[in-house]
Design a protein around this ligand. Structure first.
Ligand code: SF4
Length: 290
């Protein structure tokens, strides 16, 4: 075994910039890139967040990332392990890091040279999209030859549940507006965490509002024009996942029964099928990771 998820989680807090991990979503080895090796930095404070408080010396630099990424890719190759993706994630919100766009470009170049079949993934809560340069760069990265896969957090369909799940000062409506703008011009995968907070599951009204919002996003993507030579915009996949790892705020958030996640997925599938989206675009894959 190359490395276990929990070992990776701890390693991530010990100042590494690049950390190999078995990813249940990629179903293989993922090279995580951590833009915050010295401390957590995020615009959200999710009750299920796995990042434990820590402080370390090494700060992020693109040069150090390149060295560590090359080294980890060589190690995987020498052990005959296929790298499924290179993934910007780590101890916070990658799109808010000052060196993020440069790091993304360099990681793409290294991917192309060393592991051209590997995907390049960004896991984001979307708050960096308020910066126009970041928005345009990500749109281009996802739509063009870099084929960046944007995995975008959408944990709530109502402001009330958003406040519980994100615990952020960032207002809900402008964030949703920006997410709609992105879906209209770039391919996006949605990620939704379904968990209980302080013993409360997502209320029925929240579940219904989230479902309506996802259907609306699917419709926005389906109606969007695609420029020649670019990846089609819109929703590529919807991932529902449950709380599977320890968090520093445990037991604030708790895992829900896998059957609940499956029910939400089935309900969304039905809603998408009934939405009347253009043929072929209503079959957006929905994947559940309890
Ligand atoms: S967005 Fe991610 S890194 Fe930020 S608090 Fe939430 S789970 Fe943690």
């Amino acid at each position: 075994m190359y490395i276990s998820p929990i070992e990776n989680h701890r390693q991530r807090e010990e100042g590494v910039l690049v950390y190999p991990v078995y990813s249940r979503r990629s179903q293989g080895l993922s090279m995580g890139i951590n833009l915050f090796p010295d401390h957590k930095y995020c615009s959200f404070d999710c009750p299920y967040c796995e990042v434990f408080p820590f402080e370390q010396d090494p700060s992020f630099s693109v040069a150090l990332m390149e060295t560590q990424l090359q080294s980890e890719l060589s190690r995987a190759r020498n052990q005959g392990i296929m790298v499924k993706d290179i993934c910007f994630s780590g101890n916070g919100e990658p799109s808010l890091a000052p060196g993020f766009l440069e790091a993304l470009d360099r990681a793409a170049q290294i991917r192309d040279a060393a592991v051209p079949d590997a995907a390049l993934v960004l896991i984001t809560n979307g708050t960096g999209l308020f910066n126009d340069k970041t928005f345009q760069s990500l749109r281009q990265a996802a739509s063009g030859p870099m084929a960046l896969r944007i995995w975008l957090k959408l944990d709530a369909g109502t402001e009330a549940w958003y406040r519980i799940m994100a615990r952020s000062s960032i207002p809900f409506e402008p964030l949703i507006h920006t997410i709609k703008e992105l879906v209209a011009c770039a391919p996006v995968t949605l990620q939704t965490m379904l968990c209980a907070v302080q013993g409360e599951s997502p209320p029925l009204q929240e579940a219904a509002a989230w479902e309506r919002l996802v259907v609306e996003l699917a419709a926005i993507g389906a109606a969007a024009a695609c420029s020649a030579g670019e990846q089609a915009p819109g929703l590529q996949e919807i991932q529902l996942y449950g709380k599977a790892r320890p968090a520093p705020t445990d037991p604030l958030a708790r895992a829900l029964a896998p059957a609940y996640l499956e029910e939400r997925a089935a309900s969304l599938k039905t809603a998408l099928e009934r939405s009347g989206l253009p043929l072929g675009r209503n079959a957006i894959p929905i994947r559940v990771f309890p």
